[in-house]
Design a protein around this ligand. Sequence first.
Ligand code: COA
Length: 337
Amino acid sequence: MPADHGLAAVLCGIGTWLPPRVVTNDDLAQRLETTDEWIRTRTGIRERRVIDPGMSTSTLAVEAGARALKSSGSTDVDLVIVATTTPDHPCPSTAPEVAHRLGLTGVPAFDLNAVCAGFVYALASAAGHIAAGSATRVLVIGADTFTTVLNPEDRTTVAIFGDGAGAVVLRAGTADEPGALGPFDLGSDGSHSDLLIVPAGGSQQRGSGLPLDPADVHFQMDGQPVFRNAVTRMSESAGKVLQRAGWRIEDVDRFACHQANARILSAVARNLEVDEDRLVVNVDRVGNTVAASIPLVLADAAAAGDIVPGHRVLVTSFGAGLGWGSTVLIWPELELG
Ligand code: COA
């Protein structure tokens, strides 16, 4: 979706929300066979946030969405997209309820499931609506409570994932403005769909007629091939989007990669031959927050002054599916929500 076809989608608001409960590595080590040292050295993660009883994905999405609207200076939007893999219910989608609770009843609203690549897919979808003239201001929310699909006894996945939400507002503008998104690179490879999967709960398992295996209701991950694919796919996608944008690697001030594992980030930096100080990182504090990962790391970096207006930022993400996606923007002046 080249940014020079029709109107561009311009970032004009950003907001995030994390559930207050912090779970440290030492907390996990009290009930699982793991250590703070193992988790820190293998993943770079020190702590993550986990929802309390009574919260769900919509709780997080509404909080982040409200902050993004406030940051944009207006509650006027004509499309709401919620990127999530952990909707409040299998049916209906979560976005209409989120829109309603934000005072946006009547506005078109839909969920988008592309797992950890979901936020970049949602940005591309919003940009397409803006380019086509079917929307002029879009609220894009990435929200996941992935801890709700983990096996609480699985020390590997419990150590990696956390809950959270981040949101942006995109408005119609021109491709040469700061904040204009694009071009995009998106891709998928369903031949590896079994590497990261919740086997049960969908039509395949329900239609099988077979008794439910309780283990299949939980997320299952084959860590090492996922690690290799994450590094390769994000590196390749970053290269493609740079080529499409006409940017050189040295033009990029900050790389905002999906926050899954600090060692994955280091390997991507090595592949791209860039210094790690050009990466923005918050995986140590939030773990892998799935669709919330990209807006959370962008907002955290902006709040810390690590991303400043005028910075050329490359965003790249990867997740189950497999799916991946990248885009670029020049960071605009923003009120942080
Ligand atoms: N604490 C202690 N030991 C653990 C552990 C934990 N939290 N999790 C796994 N281990 C153990 C394994 O059981 C294994 O033990 P074994 O040798 O006795 O079988 C050992 O550590 C080594 O496991 P391995 O899988 O080789 O470790 P690794 O270095 O590949 O790290 C991951 C495991 C999961 C951290 C790593 O593969 C990874 O990050 N993969 C990508 C995951 C990801 O990003 N997913 C989301 C993509 S969007």
